[in-house]
Design a protein around this ligand. Structure first.
Ligand code: NI
Length: 393
């Protein structure tokens, strides 16, 4: 008799066309953050037809629950469902039918892969030694859907949470597992400098906010190069500067915006504190008033649990080649789950030069190699089944 593991893998292969069909349907009908009404409706219908209890969450999210034998052990699997405000430039039969909206990050594939796993797990329900929670999350792209789901308490009883992201920088079919930080923290800041406007020919009669901005842009980089441990990656980017209207007037005020990225919350807190101090002190030294504020909610770094990473490497070995992916300074709200419960965010290679699938995430020509999506279904199913069966914390 074949093992459950090999059964899962062969079922995932059989479900390949189902997963591709679902992915194409979601791809043709992309929905932006907190607008995933059609997508979550389809997901909920599928889950109900498979015998899952369903709960609505985070405005447009759905959670499916499947209860196995043991009541105390709970494993969560997560897929995000939202698209981006990008006009698709691919010429494919499943091209987005909504002008200006596109699944350019692969969340259509994530939703479809997890629906495939929903089928397999329902089929082996009597072999599950615990509860499976399938989280179909809205608003990953700048909407912090994950944070809402955690705040609603859906992670409170979860022993481990797994997520997969299709990954454009990895060749098709490679599975990327990395312990520790994988994605960065993200913050957005805004600086306001108030001086005193006047004639540019008589700067002595004004207080120039622009020279303060010029100094600050450079001073921020000195925090990174002189104060942060060089072995700790950190980025400060000033991305927006506004001041003045014409050549012969010193403006009254100036504004800057930017972002901070790190892999370490202590480093992040330190940088925020120092940027604020430097902004205020510099401005004061040059006779201006300054305000420094964080404008978006902090996204923590996505930190993968070491033991879960080892476990996954062992469990997923029969599926294909496992590699250690590069870290990225990009951010993911999966980090709200990994702050709440031990978690593992796995990346699945979908880059295929032969098929011309070479564009990065958020590009108008982004696409995924659909022939490996069954692997995502297998990864979810294997991890859930094996975690409930044999993982001990
Ligand atoms: Ni994404």
């Amino acid at each position: 008799m074949p093992s459950i593991e090999s059964l899962i893998i062969s079922r995932a292969k059989e479900l390949s066309s189902y997963v591709i069909e679902m992915r194409r349907d979601f791809h043709m009908h992309p929905e932006l953050k907190y607008e995933e009404v059609r997508t979550s409706g389809i997901v909920e219908k599928e889950l109900k037809s498979l015998g899952y209890e369903t709960i609505r969450t985070a405005k447009t999210g759905v959670i499916g629950i499947l209860r196995g034998r043991n009541k105390d052990k709970v494993v969560a699997l997560r897929a995000d469902m939202d698209a981006l405000p990008i006009q698709e430039e691919n010429d494919v039969p499943y091209k987005s039918r909504v002008p200006g909206k596109m699944h350019a990050c692969g969340h259509d594939a994530h939703t479809a892969m997890l629906l495939g796993a929903a089928r397999i797990l329902a089929e082996i329900k009597d072999k599950l030694e615990g509860t499976v929670k399938l989280i179909f999350q809205p608003a990953e792209e700048g909407g912090l859907g994950a944070k809402l789901i955690v705040e609603e308490g859906h992670l409170d009883d979860v022993n481990a949470v797994f997520g997969i992201h299709v990954w454009a920088s990895l060749p098709s079919g490679k599975i990327g597992i990395r312990e520790g930080p994988l994605l960065a923290s993200a913050d957005a800041f805004r600086v306001y400098i108030k001086g005193k406007g006047g004639h540019a020919a008589m700067p002595n009669l004004s207080i120039d906010p622009i020279v303060v901005v010029a100094d600050l842009i450079n001073a921020y980089q000195k925090v990174i190069s002189r104060e942060v441990n060089p072995l700790e990656p950190a980025v400060v980017s000033v991305t927006y500067v506004r001041a003045g209207t014409t050549f012969n007037v010193i403006p009254e005020d100036a504004e800057m915006r930017g972002t901070i990225r790190t892999f370490n919350e202590e480093v992040r807190n330190y940088i925020v504190k120092r940027l604020e101090e430097i902004t205020k002190e510099y401005a004061r030294a040059l006779r201006c008033e300054a305000k420094f504020e964080l404008t978006e909610e902090n996204i923590p770094p996505t930190v993968n649990d070491k033991k879960l990473a080892e476990f996954a490497r062992k469990v997923l070995a029969p599926l294909g080649e496992i590699v250690v992916p590069e870290r990225t300074m990009g951010a993911e709200d999966f980090s709200f789950y990994t702050k709440k419960a031990p978690g593992l965010f796995i990346v699945l290679g979908i880059r295929n030069e032969k098929k011309g699938i070479v564009y990065p995430h958020h590009h108008p020509k982004f696409d995924v190699d659909e022939d490996v999506l069954w692997m995502g279904t297998a990864i979810h199913s294997l991890l859930a089944y094996k975690f409930l069966k044999e993982y001990n914390e």
